[in-house]
Design a protein. Structure first.
Length: 260
């Protein structure tokens, strides 16, 4: 086990033990898919129950709440519904100060501007972009700082406003693409959806960059199921729809609902 992985596992166990001993909910910062995968490997060693949230239903980056037994009956009510605790997640809306002159900002543009303010990545959740509106999820302790100090992204003057986490709705757009595969093996699916060679797809999996339903998969011959959500670092994320329909050449038809 790598040193960084062991440190993270020890951190999860420590947060869980602290929650159990002091009888209050403790929280991690935002975790990426690889860190969440390490957490799932640690779950059996925890001293408390837990709950995950990224601030909205489809969140990729998520925070863990470690909940002592005395408060576990409140789990699932941690988003401001009158429970004894809530996730310390804030939402910030970013809009151009002068829409007529605004650039089309991207995820890297926004992330770079925020991190240039001295913000660490683990303090930031998902960055959601729709048309000229941007929503950033973050740890609530830094929201006021971001609002006060972020005025420009690239060449675009922007306005940041704190909004209640429950006040925005975000459903990712999906583009449907048809596929023809010899099997539903993970390497075959990845190769087909992004038109890669089988060896390149296998390399992606071997290097730990493929996730199925947020679980890291390291085996090329892992067989995907209908409605699996497959994420590949540096490429994207899609939902697989399997069928029993075959082509004249014996290949199986499937559909990829690619998140955009």
């Amino acid at each position: 086990m790598g040193q960084e992985m062991q440190f993270l596992k020890n951190r999860f166990i420590d947060l869980s033990k602290r929650a159990d001993e002091r009888c209050f909910v403790t929280f991690s910062n935002f975790l990426d898919m690889n860190e969440l995968n390490i957490f799932r490997q640690t779950a059996k060693e925890l001293y408390s129950s837990f709950e995950l949230s990224g601030g909205y239903e489809y969140a990729e980056r998520q925070m863990i709440a470690f909940i002592p037994d005395a408060l576990s009956s409140c789990a699932g009510e941690g988003m401001g519904n009158g429970s004894l605790w809530e996730f310390p997640i804030a939402a910030i809306q970013i809009t151009p100060a002068h829409p007529k002159y605004a650039e089309q900002l991207t995820h890297p543009d926004v992330l770079g501007a925020l991190m240039n303010l001295g913000i660490k990545r683990e303090m930031l959740g998902d960055i959601l972009i729709k048309d000229n509106e941007i929503i950033v999820l973050c740890v609530d302790t830094i929201s006021a700082y971001l609002v006060e100090n972020c005025h420009k992204i690239r060449h675009t003057q922007v306005k940041l406003t704190s909004i209640p986490v429950g006040d925005f709705q975000f459903t990712p757009k999906k583009v449907t693409k048809e596929g023809l595969v010899t099997s539903f093996r993970l390497d075959t699916i990845i190769a087909d959806v992004w038109k890669l060679t089988r060896s390149n797809a296998q390399k992606i999996i071997f290097e730990g960059n493929a996730f199925v339903n947020s679980q890291k998969i390291l085996k090329n011959d892992y067989y995907c199921q209908n409605k699996d959500v497959i994420s590949v670092r540096h490429y994207g994320k899609f939902e697989l729809e399997t069928t029993d329909i075959t082509s004249k050449k014996g290949k199986i038809k499937c559909r990829y609902n690619i998140y955009s």
